[in-house]
Design a protein around this ligand. Structure first.
Ligand code: GAP
Length: 462
């Protein structure tokens, strides 16, 4: 069973060094979080698993790392300056600020209305102000003079950095359609967030890929384009299920209704997860047609086209965009991994049952006690495995407590060194260690000579 309430995860994240509320010593900083020593490893591992599936294991996708501070006209062309807005309302009584669409979607509980049917404040039922459109992009300023010419935006998505580099990638990498460009990066949105931990934050990481293909023969009925869209939805859904190990019963695909679609989109589907508060988006997979390349071609005066060798024509490719949230996926990975069950003694233990590929720490080397006689061999084992896998060395407190500590951070295997390993009373040791499995709690003895080979088998994809 995954965690059923968010508070349990929030407190474990802080206690065990995954995620801390930002700037706590200054009283905190709303909707921002810092990733601690284990959170940074978990985030990196999820990002690497995505990169592995989307770039390294594919012949048709290459990577990119575009500048964060982007030319302001990029955001004019993309439509973000004009339309990347949220409707904000204030309560006239308690003065809390809300997103009207989120209230109407029931994100704060059953919608309260007055006799005339107007939506009321979810907090105290107070009257709300008229909605105001609020642009979500953070502004920043380049240089020392603050005027309109020096103004720039922090990117609210990674996608535009990909579109504006389309021609560079085609020319430098000799790419033929269809092909994709992938990027993982931080994005910024000045959002009113409903306090769901790292689900919606001001600063978050995304993993996006733009897959460029030939325009469909029939633009009104783009069957082959929609089939490609469907193939990407299937591929992405199975990544969450098979690579991250998310239970299929808590994943679903939701196609956007016609009225939800952006004017340029031929279709959009979200991969959703059943969060403790209900279904929420993990990834959007959009069939964006030729909107972005055409828009940047028009705005810059530099057409972004592809030369079709067969027809000898310059065409504007169409695009499928799987856009995932890395930090949101991390929240789901934590929720899914969280388990409470009996330990060896029948007492309750908390275990994070991460797939080994994403577990922040893969191994813990644990001498049975602090006894000096155990240390040289234990350090030898530690030195052998730590260049290969993220490993902790811990000799403080009882072995049972150390197992519990490793269970709670999701370490798949503990390596225990005891007196049988090093020898006792003049008798030589067997130079073997005990491997203790996190999930089954079973133990097996392995000679040092075959330790690395055994661990390679038991830590697939690490
Ligand atoms: N280029 C398309 C795009 O950005 P999106 O649906 O706005 O699409 C993609 O964002 C993913 O980024 C979302 O599915 C979500 O996982 C993540 N995301 C978006 N806003 C977020 C926020 N404020 N905090 C955390 N994750 C966010």
């Amino acid at each position: 069973m995954p965690a059923t309430d968010l508070e349990t995860i929030v407190s474990l994240c802080k206690r065990r060094g995954f995620i801390f509320p930002a700037a706590e010593i200054y009283g905190g900083f709303a909707n921002t979080y810092d990733y601690g020593p284990l959170g940074v490893e978990l985030k990196r591992n999820i990002r690497d698993a995505w990169w592995q599936a989307m770039v390294r294991e594919r012949d048709d996708v290459v990577g990119l790392d575009a500048a964060l501070i982007t030319h302001p006209r990029v955001w004019v062309a993309s439509g973000h300056v004009a339309t990347f807005n949220d409707p904000l309302v204030d309560c006239k009584k308690c003065h809390l600020r809300w997103r009207l669409d989120h209230i109407e979607e029931g994100q704060y509980g059953p919608v309260k209305r007055d006799a005339a049917g107007n939506v009321l404040c979810p907090n105290d039922g107070g009257e709300l102000t008229e909605p105001r459109q609020f642009n979500l992009m953070f502004k920043t300023q380049i240089g020392t003079v603050a005027d309109d010419a020096s103004m720039a935006f922090l990117p609210p998505e990674t996608a535009q950095g990909i579109f504006i580099n389309f021609e560079n990638v085609v020319n430098s990498m000799r790419r033929k359609l269809p092909f994709g460009i992938a990027q993982t990066r931080v994005s910024f949105r000045n959002e009113i967030t409903p306090g769901k931990f790292i689900f919606r934050t001001l600063e978050f990481e995304q993993m996006e890929m733009e897959y460029f293909c030939f325009p469909p023969k029939d633009r009104e009925n783009p069957a082959e384009y929609l089939a490609l869209h469907k193939a990407w939805i299937d591929a992405r859904l199975s990544w969450y299920r098979d690579t991250l190990g998310i239970d299929a019963s808590r994943l679903r695909v939701r196609y956007h209704e016609k009225e939800e679609l952006s004017h340029y989109s031929a279709a959009t589907a979200d991969v959703e997860y059943l969060f403790p508060w209900g279904w929420g988006e993990l990834e959007g997979i959009a069939a964006r047609t030729d909107f972005d390349l055409t828009a940047h071609g028009n705005e810059s005066g530099h057409p972004l086209t592809y030369f079709d060798e067969e027809t000898k024509e310059h065409i504007v490719p169409w695009v499928i965009e799987p856009a995932a949230g890395l930090t949101r996926t991390l929240a789901v990975t934590m929720l899914e991994a969280y388990t409470e069950e009996p330990d060896e003694k029948g007492e309750n233990r908390v275990v994070l049952k991460f797939r080994p590929n994403v577990a922040p720490v893969k191994l813990a080397v644990l001498p049975l006690s602090k006894n000096e006689a155990l240390r040289p061999f234990a350090r030898k084992v530690f030195d052998l495995v730590r260049p290969l896998w993220m490993t902790q060395y811990d000799e403080t407190q009882s072995i049972g407590r150390r197992y519990r500590r490793q269970d709670e951070i999701g370490t798949p295997i503990c390596i225990t060194i005891d007196f049988q390993s090093v020898g006792e009373g003049g008798q030589p040791g067997d130079e073997a260690v005990t491997l203790r499995d996190r999930d089954t709690q079973s133990q097996v003895r392995v000679p040092l000579s075959s330790l690395v080979a055994t661990l390679r088998e038991r830590l697939p994809g690490c």
